[in-house]
Write a protein that binds this ligand. Structure first.
Ligand SMILES: NC(=O)c1ccc[n+]([C@@H]2O[C@H](COP(=O)([O-])OP(=O)(O)OC[C@H]3O[C@@H](n4cnc5c(N)ncnc54)[C@H](OP(=O)(O)O)[C@@H]3O)[C@@H](O)[C@H]2O)c1
Length: 343
């Protein structure tokens, strides 16, 4: 079967397509014929060395890339009860984080990071590594859920979002568009920023209540305050990192929550904590989510009939197309998710 692999932490030059035999199947394993995959910002860093604790590419290459994928169950082990042949499933970002608070070892089981990932024709994982997809979604749509959507979901729910509250999302990439869609489905008011007026128009068509161009309005936190009668939003899903964190803290109400999710402005840098202290703001690190959270999110998506925003779809069968998918994500021209498909 066709399997993509990164042979060394040397960027996309080390990405190739190989023929591998199908893996044997154990009593608790599930074999899935993969149909679609989606890319996340982290997948741009994995070919360069990955993340601490999730760096198989450094410790034990080659690495099959990508955490996110969807497909059809084609074989189950003798002890599998949760799935049947024919089920439409998606991968779970952390193979081993099933429920409850995460343990360190479970956070090292990220697919396409600490463990081989999903970019292959067929993938075998234990049953705990798969989740049934919402029934109304196509394979391509379902492939967008494991990382970006679940990260947005955990951020919103850990901060106890209730209808009528306000949420700030930053930019129009995968996590932020899911933040917009999930928060709107939950009855929240959503403010979203972007570098592009065209993308803000698209965000309005998905229900964004207030849109701010952060290039035209570099003091965008003042716009957020103005849009909330000077109070600030209830929560921010913070994807910018140290370059945006002080402004995010300034955008949130007294006692509000900033979910620390991303590092788009770079992995290092300082920030002043005084704003968070004086306004008793909660800063909470978020790392995708467990299978249990994924199932709760899917139940909500099933009810709201949310449809993920797919920007562009690339062809699985061409190495050049797969590399083009990575390049498209890196260009940051996308709105929502970038997908690879063999449907
Ligand atoms: N903690 C976790 O579990 C977790 C999970 C998923 C992702 N992440 C992190 O979250 C971030 C977003 O991931 P993603 O996959 O959604 O990325 P993505 O789809 O590649 O999103 C990139 C978009 O973010 C916007 N952006 C870039 N720099 C920005 C800045 N300084 N301020 C505000 N917006 C900015 C741009 O949108 P516009 O063109 O509209 O401005 C850009 O197109 C990344 O840092 C990623 O590593 C963390």
């Amino acid at each position: 079967m066709k399997t993509y692999e990164l042979s060394a932490p040397k960027g996309l030059d080390a990405l190739s397509c190989q023929e591998r035999p199908d893996a044997p199947i154990g009593a608790r394993d599930v074999r899935v014929e993969m149909k679609a995959w989606s890319l996340n910002f982290r997948d741009l860093n994995v070919p360069l060395g990955g993340y601490p604790g999730n760096d198989k590419i450094v410790r034990n290459p080659p690495l099959v890339p990508l955490s996110d994928g969807s497909g059809e169950v084609v074989e189950i082990g003798s002890d599998v009860e949760e799935f049947s042949v024919g089920d439409k499933v998606t991968s779970s970002f952390f193979r081993d984080w099933e429920s409850g608070a995460a343990e360190a070892s479970q956070l090292s089981s990220a697919l396409g990071g600490g463990l081989d990932g999903t970019l292959a024709e067929r993938v075998v994982l234990p049953d705990r590594g798969w989740v049934k997809a919402p029934s109304h979604l196509t394979y391509e749509e379902a492939s967008t859920l494991p990382c970006a959507a679940l990260t947005a979901w955990q951020s919103l729910t850990a901060a106890n979002l209730i209808p009528g509250q306000s949420v700030l999302a930053q930019g129009t990439g995968g996590v932020s568009i899911f933040t917009l869609q999930l928060a709107k489905a939950a009855g929240a008011r959503v403010i979203i920023t972007s570098s592009s007026n065209k993308k803000l128009e698209k965000a309005r068509s998905l229900g964004a209540d207030v849109t701010i161009n952060y290039r035209e309005q570099p003091d965008w936190e003042k716009e957020v305050l103005a849009a909330t009668n000077g109070v600030g939003v209830d929560q921010v899903v913070e994807v910018g990192g140290s370059g945006t964190l002080e402004k995010s803290i300034a955008s949130v109400r007294v006692g509000g929550v900033v979910s620390l999710v991303g590092i788009l402005s770079g992995p290092t840098g300082g920030f002043s904590s005084i704003g968070a202290i004086l306004n008793a703001v909660t800063l909470r690190g978020i790392f995708v989510g467990s299978k249990e959270m994924f199932k709760l999110m899917n139940a909500s998506i099933e009810v709201s009939k949310l449809r993920p925003a797919i920007d562009q779809v690339f062809d699985f069968d061409s190495l050049e197309e797969v590399k083009a998918a990575y390049d498209h994500l890196r260009s940051a021209k996308h709105f929502g998710k970038v997908v690879i498909s063999r449907v």
